[in-house]
Design a protein around this ligand. Structure first.
Ligand SMILES: *[C@@H]1O[C@H](CO)[C@@H](O)[C@H](O)[C@H]1NC(C)=O
Ligand SMILES: *[C@@H]1O[C@H](CO)[C@@H](O)[C@H](O)[C@H]1NC(C)=O
Ligand SMILES: *[C@@H]1O[C@H](CO)[C@@H](O)[C@H](O)[C@H]1NC(C)=O
Length: 375
């Protein structure tokens, strides 16, 4: 009797513990999203980005400067580099999917391109049943805007501008369920028949953006990045602890610590389990959206969002119902100078290890390998 009682209380204790933790996780995620639904986390950009009243997309002229030179091979020049002179956008989009499918079949990249369609992936995918659309969310590419578009389509609000900023990521109330909330049968059916898309950007520029947004700026609303994740990474990956021991509080995460963590495959896997959902800001697109295991209809590129956004609306058959918010000029452009500057203090060995992890994303989406950093 006493033994069963003890078990009983242990169980109750475990449940309470789980509840508290789940609640904490929910609250922290909720808060992080509710307060700041920014695009890059940069104030000026955020303001222009969320300007109300502007609805239609202005086609911006292709920016020629600062684009990377196309590589010689046909397939690898399908990335942003080939977009400088786009004549037929259908062709561009079709070639992207052909490249994706070819790279998915490449066995030497298999462990960097394939992911099982697990709960983590299903949590990333949002469902619009009314128009049969699935959207896989990838941070730092304007996903908040897409979620607004889908919320409007689901019928809770009639225009993108009407949606309160704090509701966009509140999935209890915004009428935009995650695929993971459905039954296996419902999931399978939707994956097989719905229009499916997601957006990517240059993998290294994305990491810079995540680093700036989570570890340099905005510590107020998402304190766990600076208070929990950064110290854990520093403890394990900072090369020299001696030179800054005298002032621990002011020693924030450095880009080189972050890069070393990301490039250390076995080590970071162990850490990522503790970091939970927060890792969505830096795990590979392959891990987020399972692009080789789900047959996506369109993969948009952030660098060409001005062309991709209207294309996606049209391909999904919703271009008459909703429009994508105006994209501030210039903010989607790839900035090689910025990438060079961030990586200038990183050792070649660490860059190569990092590339080893993100090579799948570079290949799948046609981004040329960053030779200017590797050699
Ligand atoms: C597969 O990927 C590797 C690594 O990027 C590359 O060297 C190789 O040429 C690819 N194979 C095919 C058949 O495309
Ligand atoms: C993928 O497999 C290759 C060998 O085929 C190995 O060198 C590499 O470390 C693996 N990468 C990951 C992320 O497991
Ligand atoms: C590119 O990045 C550099 C360094 O961060 C910055 O000074 C420059 O203004 C950026 N260029 C553009 C076109 O945004």
């Amino acid at each position: 009797m006493q033994i069963t009682m003890r078990h009983h209380w242990l169980l109750v204790g475990a449940c309470v513990f789980l509840l508290i933790n789940t609640r904490y996780l929910y609250l922290s995620l909720h808060n992080s999203y509710a307060v700041r639904c920014t695009y890059y986390g940069e104030k000026t950009e955020m303001q222009s980005w969320t300007q109300p009243g502007v609805k239609t997309i202005k086609s911006l002229p292709a920016q020629k400067s600062d684009r990377r030179a196309p590589k010689s091979s046909d397939l690898s020049s399908l990335g942003p580099s080939s977009m400088a002179n786009p004549t037929d956008w259908n062709t561009v989009e079709t070639r992207r999917l052909e490249l994706l499918s070819a790279v998915c079949k490449n066995d030497s990249l298999r462990n960097l391109t394939h992911t099982s369609i697990n709960k983590f992936v299903l949590d990333r995918i949002f469902v619009c049943d009314k128009h049969k659309i699935l959207f896989c969310q990838t941070p730092k590419v304007g996903n908040t805007q897409w979620k607004k578009v889908l919320i409007v389509l689901n019928g809770e609000f009639s225009t993108v501008e009407e949606i309160p900023e704090n509701l966009v990521h509140d999935h209890e109330k915004n009428g935009l369920p995650r695929l993971s909330s459905l039954t296996e049968k419902e999931i399978t059916k939707r994956l097989a028949t719905y229009f499916k898309f997601f957006i990517v950007r240059d993998p290294f520029e994305r990491l810079i953006s995540a680093f700036k947004d989570k570890f340099v700026k905005n510590p107020r609303f998402e304190p766990w990045y600076k208070h929990d994740i950064a110290p854990a990474i520093i403890r394990k990956y900072r090369k020299s602890h001696r030179d800054n021991d005298n002032n621990k509080a002011s020693t924030g995460l450095r880009f080189e610590d972050f890069i070393r963590y990301l490039g250390d495959e076995p080590g970071r896997r162990r850490m990522d389990r503790q970091f939970g959902e927060h890792v969505i800001h830096w795990v590979t697109y392959a891990e987020l959206c399972a692009p080789c295991d789900i047959t996506y209809s369109v993969v948009g590129h952030h660098e060409t969002l001005e062309r991709d956004a209207p294309y996606i609306l049209k391909a999904a058959g919703i271009e008459r119902l909703v429009s994508y918010p105006t994209i501030p000029p210039g903010i989607t452009r790839y900035n090689r100078t910025k990438v060079e500057r961030y990586f200038s203090g990183i050792s070649k060995r660490d860059v190569r290890r990092l590339y080893g992890r993100y090579q799948g994303d570079f290949s799948l989406f046609g981004y040329p390998s960053p030779d200017f950093l590797l050699n």
